[in-house]
Design a protein around this ligand. Sequence first.
Ligand SMILES: [Zn+2]
Length: 92
Amino acid sequence: MLRYLFLEILVPVLIFTLVRSILRTLFQAHRNAPVQRQSQTSPPTPVTAGGELKKDPVCGTYVSTHGSVTRKVDGELFYFCSPECRDKYRAA
Ligand SMILES: [Zn+2]
């Protein structure tokens, strides 16, 4: 009779402890998940900040009139993404 009471108390306590530890592990794994997703929330860095977009006549890339490489050919101003493209245009 004493052994029966011991099992009636000990077994539910052991099961409760086991279930609680499993739930705690699952909860901690769930809580750690959003930390890994934070890297995706960073805003995309703009290629050009402000200015009008002009097409690079050499490579076809659209570049901002602010901070781009320019060259005046026959009175017309051309915008280039890089000095390499400007030099290619001059050579052509
Ligand atoms: Zn270019």
